[in-house]
Each structure stands twice: as C-alpha cells, then as structure tokens.
Write a protein that binds this ligand. Structure first.
Ligand code: FES
Length: 105
C-alpha cells in the first residue's frame, strides 16, 4: 500500500468562516476543523487525541480549544495538548485561493 502525498484540497468559501468561529469539514473524507482567529485560518484534526470526541463542539479561548468531552486543551497553532506537549492532534496548512479555503492534506 502506498501513502498518497499531501495535496491542496479546496474546501469552503473563505467568507463563510467568520472570526472566532469553527467549521467542520471532510477533505479526503478526514475530519478537519477550520478555525478563524486573528484573521488567520487554522486547520486541525476534528478528533480529540484522548477519546476522539469531535473538537467542533469545544470552547475556543484565544489559541486554545477545549474538548467538550473531558476538557483537554489543545493549541490550535501546533496541535499540542497543553498538559503533555508530546501528545498532539494533527494540524494542517491552509491557504486562500480565489475566495476558497484550501487545506493541505
Ligand atoms: S475525548 Fe477529548 S478530552 Fe476526552
């Protein structure tokens, strides 16, 4: 089995994602959460590293998202779990092109 190289995938319209808001998307069928903060668009896994709860239902405070299930906090820039940085959720690169948000996945 070969693993495909990451490629840019077109997702939602950039103007659909408002500041301090989240959007759950499924590029290549994977659960990804887009978050806009400080004018930047972040893309992280939408599966908590603890027991895979969707982070889309979590609370966002600055650069930290808290899982709705057991309150684990992750840095949305690095994916690091706050209490043990060796535990991470996947983060993905994003870019804007012709009004669309692209995720490298
Ligand atoms: S599943 Fe996220 S903190 Fe437990």
């Amino acid at each position: 089995m070969t693993i495909a190289e990451p490629s840019w995938v077109s997702t939602i319209d950039a103007d659909k994602l408002l500041e301090n808001k989240k959007a759950a998307i499924y590029p290549k069928g994977l659960p990804v959460l887009l978050i806009k903060q400080g004018g930047r668009i972040h893309a992280i896994s939408n599966k908590c590293a603890h027991m895979a709860c969707p982070l889309a239902g979590g609370v966002l405070e600055d650069c930290i998202i808290r899982c709705p299930c057991h309150n684990w906090g992750f840095d949305i820039k690095t994916g690091e779990f706050l209490d043990a940085k060796e535990i991470k959720i996947q983060v993905y690169q994003t870019k804007l092109l012709e009004g669309k948000i692209y995720v490298k996945i």
